[in-house]
Every structure is written in structure tokens, then in C-alpha cells.
Design a protein around this ligand. Structure first.
Ligand SMILES: [Zn+2]
Length: 261
């Protein structure tokens, strides 16, 4: 009997028949994998508590021909607060979806594992600005998977003063003199450029608490990362992101309405 003992993050969990659940796990040992949790839909099942989203647990898995089966699990932590708020929940689901799309099946990645765990922790309650947290997750994830955008200085001449122009085809920025005349090129404001460069070099979500950004900078950075994800990884559009955009716009309209009454 082939057994695998591994820490894993629950990326997805859906009903399978009347009794079981099918889990998408991101495991420390084997990367992304699917596993059946037998009987987990039954309230009295020992596995029921460990199959929720945003859970980190230690799993004992039995390797079958095409799927793993969960035989035991011990919960390390469930980030319950994330599911209490629709905005946090949607961000949390988006983080899982992005990882599921970008990371290859069966490829372990310790730094990506720690990044997702830390971002769940951030969403669960450290009070960080959610939009900045999401941009941090995207930029760090892209970097770890080999798609790090070049923000430091002009790709051609090394000028570090700005203003900078982002070139989608080159994956980096150029100064005004060197900017390509063809292809998708757009100006990044100095504030947004500095914010992106800082996020790329942060080591944990705890540090996001010290960052400030204007609504315009957050919007610009969101536009940039969406564009970058599409261009370099071919992923998107993401349902969660457009929902959050509507949610954010709605919230801001409401605040403006209240302010003008
Ligand atoms: Zn230049």
C-alpha cells in the first residue's frame, strides 16, 4: 500500500456523490493533487472538519491509480474568519484559483506554499488593505514561478529616475527615451511604480500594514497585474476579480452617496 504523509493546503472541496468530498490540495511533498475524502459529507465523519477551504492540515493519503484517498488528517489551522465576509472569501477563493491555474500538477513548491499560507493569514485578520494584499500575492507568486516583472530601472539604459513605461512584450519598464514605439506600452505613475517595486521585495503580509496607497494607485496596479497575468501566463479573466471590482465600485459609490447627502 502506497502511503503519503504530507502537510497540505485545501484549495478546493466539492461534494462527490452522497457521502464523499473531492479535494484539491496543494501539498508540501507532491504539489497539487486531487484526493477523495470518503464519508466527509457525513457530519459525524472524522474527516469532515478538515475538508473546508482555507485549511492547512497534515494528511495521510493512500495513492490509488488516478486519485489519492484521505485516510487520516490532523488540522494545523483553519482560517475561519476568511469565510465570514464576502469580500475576504472572494479574495481567498481567487488566491486558490490563481495558484491552481499557474502551478503545474505534481510540482512541489515550498515558497509558493508558504506564500499562500501567509496570505490566508493576512486575510484572516491582520487588517491589511485587501487590494494591496491581492497585488502582493499576484506579484510574489509570478516572481516565484519565474515571471518576475522588471521594475528596478530602464531595461535598456538602466536609468532609475522615471517616469517609466511598461512594455508588456518585454516584461519590464523603459524610460521615456528608450520606450519601444510599437506594441502595448503604457505609462506607470511614479507612485504605482514604487508600490509595485516594494511589494515585489516584501517578505511577509505583516509588512503590508505599513504600506499606504491612493485609490488611483491601487486601480492602476490592479490594471497592470491583470494585464501582466493575461500576457505572460495566458490566464484570466478571473470571475472572482470582476466580482470584487463590482463590489469595490459599489462600496465606493455608496460612500460617495452618503457623503453627498
Ligand atoms: Zn532608458
Amino acid at each position: 500500500m502506497k502511503l503519503l504523509k504530507t502537510r497540505a493546503l485545501v484549495l478546493g472541496s466539492r461534494p462527490l456523490g452522497e457521502r464523499d468530498r473531492l479535494l484539491r490540495l496543494f501539498s508540501w511533498e507532491k504539489g497539487k493533487l486531487s484526493a477523495v475524502a470518503p464519508g466527509a459529507r457525513k457530519i459525524k465523519s472524522k474527516l469532515a472538519a478538515g475538508v473546508d477551504y482555507f485549511t492547512c492540515a497534515s494528511f495521510l493519503l493512500h495513492a490509488g491509480k488516478s486519485l489519492y484517498t484521505v485516510t487520516q488528517l490532523e488540522i494545523e489551522h483553519t482560517f475561519r474568519n476568511i469565510s465570514l465576509n464576502i469580500e475576504d472569501y472572494t479574495y481567498g477563493m481567487y488566491f486558490c484559483e490563481l495558484l491552481d491555474k499557474l502551478v503545474e500538477e505534481g510540482e512541489p513548491h515550498a515558497s509558493v506554499f508558504n506564500l499562500l499560507l501567509d496570505c490566508w493569514r493576512g486575510l484572516d485578520g491582520n487588517g491589511a488593505d485587501r487590494e494591496i494584499l491581492a497585488r502582493y500575492y499576484e506579484l510574489r507568486l509570478l516572481s516565484m514561478l519565474g515571471y518576475r516583472p522588471h521594475f528596478k530601472d530602464c531595461l535598456y539604459c538602466g536609468d532609475s529616475r522615471g517616469p517609466f513605461f511598461w512594455s508588456a512584450g518585454s516584461g519590464g519598464v523603459f524610460c521615456e527615451r528608450c520606450r519601444p514605439q510599437e506594441g502595448a506600452v503604457f505609462l506607470i505613475s511614479n507612485g504605482t511604480h514604487a508600490l509595485a517595486a516594494r511589494l515585489l521585495n516584501l517578505s511577509s503580509t505583516a509588512k503590508i500594514l505599513n504600506l499606504r496607497a491612493t485609490e488611483a494607485q491601487k486601480k492602476e496596479l490592479g490594471h497592470f497585474t491583470r494585464h501582466f497575468l493575461m500576457q505572460w501566463t495566458g490566464t484570466g479573466p478571473f470571475k472572482g476579480l470582476s466580482f470584487l471590482e463590482k463590489l469595490n465600485t459599489g462600496e465606493k459609490d455608496k460612500k460617495t452617496d452618503n457623503a453627498s447627502e
